[in-house]
Design a protein around this ligand. Structure first.
Ligand SMILES: Cc1ncc(COP(=O)(O)O)c(C=O)c1O
Length: 381
């Protein structure tokens, strides 16, 4: 059954038209309540058992695994996308003559991780530029990306969709190409995971990194990553005691060990069992699994369809539907329109979208209603 508006599960003010989940999701009531309960737990630390440090995280890993189709043991808790992407790149071997492939205007969290990898290994970054000319660039951009991956490619690091305008990257085709040449495939899923289906196994992704505060509907300063077994013997960024094989027994922590818990647990950040953020993320993931990413994608598509029609009719530039995400898309203004004046007008009407590069970025989720889209259409007219 398809989704209807879920606005009642949030506390967005009625006069706010928030078409900007790509910036930060509003708080679900259930997530807020979980956070408050979590905060209050520290009133009485005696009630927190050593087992609590691990069991809640295990549940969250299982739920995230369900969302992206991977085993819980291959999941890790991260504080930010930059942390998860740096962890992945730090474990990619490289030597002079090799490169990492990314696309133009990739989000900086990934680009800086590549820069660091280049500095350490004498390697280079190869950026696939945005095709010039026509507004709809997705098909050509994807073709150029696949062509750029060759025997000298050590890694490909891209976002699952482009964060500025929602261009879809064909993850399965890219994953296949990476496997053909032996490149590590690293995906920043921050702008789609939760609102759009993804399957780490079907796309042969080696690392999928997601900050939780956007489409995963979670709090800020926490995220989740999937690392394939390729990474199972790698090195984490920090030396946490909590990832070591003896960590469950708080009485024997000074029996120091180099052994980690199996799978990707070595990449869990220090103090991963955050007693406020973890229950919030757990509640957010429960809600997402109930909604289902495919149904959110469908809802966002139905909601914004009249807007898309009107944008096209009025000469705003848009990507082709096959290469444009439903929950996040950018449109180019016609030459006569002043972007700054438009943004001021939208703000005065409490309509929230983003400008990213030369595009206006609209993002829609299940908390949005027809009213939000109607308000934006009227303002654009
Ligand atoms: C594609 C993408 N990745 C990551 C982030 C956030 O990165 P970090 O968690 O490193 O702050 C954003 C935020 O806008 C984003 O759009």
């Amino acid at each position: 059954m398809s989704l209807s508006s879920q606005k009642h599960l949030f506390q967005l003010p009625d006069d706010v038209h928030y078409l900007n989940c790509a910036y930060m999701s509003p708080l679900l009531k259930s997530v807020e309540e979980a956070g408050l309960r979590g905060l209050q737990r520290k009133r009485n630390p005696a009630a927190l058992t050593p087992a609590d440090f691990f069991s809640e995280t295990e549940a969250v890993k299982a739920k995230f695994g369900q969302l992206v189709n991977g085993p819980a043991a291959q999941m890790a808790v991260i504080p930010s996308a930059s942390y998860g992407l740096s962890t992945a790149m730090a474990n990619v071997p490289g030597h002079s003559g090799q490169h990492a492939v990314t696309v133009a205007d990739e989000f900086p969290s990934g680009v800086y991780a590549i820069h660091d990898w280049c500095r350490r290994n004498g390697t280079t970054m190869l950026t696939v530029p945005t095709p010039q000319g026509a507004v709809a660039k997705g098909a050509e951009w994807n073709r150029h990306l696949l062509e750029a991956i060759n025997a000298d490619t050590a890694a490909v690091l891209i976002s699952s969709i482009h964060w500025t305008n929602g261009t879809i990257f064909d993850l399965e085709a890219i994953g296949r190409r990476c496997k053909e040449v032996g490149a590590v495939f690293i995906v920043d899923g921050t702008q789609s995971v939760g609102a759009k289906p993804i399957d780490v196994q079907a796309a042969q992704i080696d690392a999928l990194v997601v900050a939780a505060y956007k489409w995963m509907m979670g709090p800020y300063s926490i995220g989740m990553a999937y690392y394939s077994p390729y990474f199972n013997n790698g090195f984490p960024l920090e030396n946490s005691w909590m990832t070591r094989a003896n960590a469950h027994d708080f009485t024997s922590l000074t029996n120091y060990t180099d052994a980690y818990f199996p799978g990707a647990a070595r990449y869990d950040m220090g103090e991963f069992s955050n007693f406020m953020l973890m229950p919030m993320l757990d509640a957010a993931l429960s809600q997402l699994l109930e909604w289902e990413p495919a149904r959110i994608q469908d809802y966002a598509g139905r909601l914004t369809a009249p807007l898309i029609d009107r944008l096209l009719a009025h000469g705003f530039g848009l990507e082709d539907p096959d290469w444009r995400a439903q929950h996040l898309f950018g449109f180019q203004l016609p030459p006569h329109m002043d972007k700054t004046a438009l943004m001021q007008l939208l703000q005065s009407k409490k309509i929230y979208v983003s400008t990213r590069g030369s595009a206006i970025r609209v993002s829609a989720h299940a908390f949005n209603t027809q009213d939000d889209v109607e308000a934006l259409m009227v303002a654009l007219e």
